[in-house]
Ligand binder design. Structure first.
Ligand code: IPE
Length: 258
């Protein structure tokens, strides 16, 4: 099984509140379907989550009851996004099912506390694709917190041992500095723990769940002896399909552990 995360940068316009990239999502669902691979999918929140989460500092947990309406609103927005993604999967012929982390999981001090999930196993057993996403999740220590899609992928990786993990973004891979603001940045085709220090942590959009270095570290944590973790550009047609089929594409491959 291959674990995929569709990042918020590819499924939404991260700078415009609640802007869904239906065309890109529809095409990517077609690429997943055509690959014939068994896939477990997670997606990010993009502009359906980050903009309000940042405005109300939801990543800091409960500090003021004035945040509570925003907690409910962000949960609502990311669920709508999830259903729009699922609609495109169904249209592509993939039986997909919504599994909202905020209703199924808890966190403790920002750490997701998920054990082996019977719901996810049952869905996979029937070849139904359970689709989880970045969400606001209750937290035993801080009241609530932001659970990123990356955190979910990391936990699923430990539980289900996929043969490969693929992150889909709107850039060709990880760069040593931000390619959107620095034309001299270099694509890192391979990330190992040794070259982590060369990656700058600047980010082009306001985000509450960490920048590029955090992504590189998370990718490395998800690697294993027989498992690479790849970041591909989903805005280039065919790239996700090729990477699912094991072909070499322009991308960043993390290998060798943290
Ligand atoms: C963020 O999830 C969740 C919320 C802000 C509610 P992610 O961190 O996985 O989202 P993207 O991929 O960066 O948009």
């Amino acid at each position: 099984m291959i674990l995929i995360k569709l990042g918020g940068s590819i499924i939404t316009d991260k700078s415009q509140y609640r802007t869904f990239n239906r065309y890109a999502v529809s095409r990517l669902c077609g690429e997943i379907k055509n690959s014939g691979e068994s896939v477990l999918m997670v997606h990010g929140a993009g502009s359906f989550g980050h903009i309000l989460a940042k405005k109300y500092s939801l990543q800091d947990g409960l500090t003021d009851f004035g945040q509570v309406p925003a907690v409910a609103r962000v949960q609502y927005d990311v669920r709508e996004l999830n259903l729009m993604v699922i609609k495109e999967m169904l249209n592509a012929g993939i039986p997909a099912m919504s599994v909202p982390p905020g209703s199924c999981f808890m966190m403790d001090n920002g750490k997701l506390t998920v054990g082996d999930s019977e719901i996810i196993r049952s869905a996979l057993h029937m070849s139904i694709m359970p689709v989880m996403f970045g969400d606001v999740v209750f937290d035993r220590s801080t009241g609530f917190g932001i659970c990123s899609g990356d955190q979910i992928v990391e936990v699923l990786c430990r539980i289900y041992s996929p043969k490969k993990v693929v992150f889909v973004s709107d850039v060709d891979g990880l760069y040593d500095t931000n390619p959107k603001s620095n034309p001299n940045s270099n694509l890192l085709t391979e990330v190992t723990s040794e070259i982590l220090g060369r990656i700058s942590d600047e980010s082009s959009v306001d985000d509450v769940t960490g920048g590029v270095r955090a992504k590189a570290e998370a990718m490395l944590r998800m690697t294993a002896a027989e498992r690479d973790c790849i970041l591909v550009n989903g805005s280039v047609p065919g790239r996700l399909y090729s990477s699912l089929k094991g072909e070499r594409v322009i991308s960043t491959t993390a290998r060798g552990g943290l």
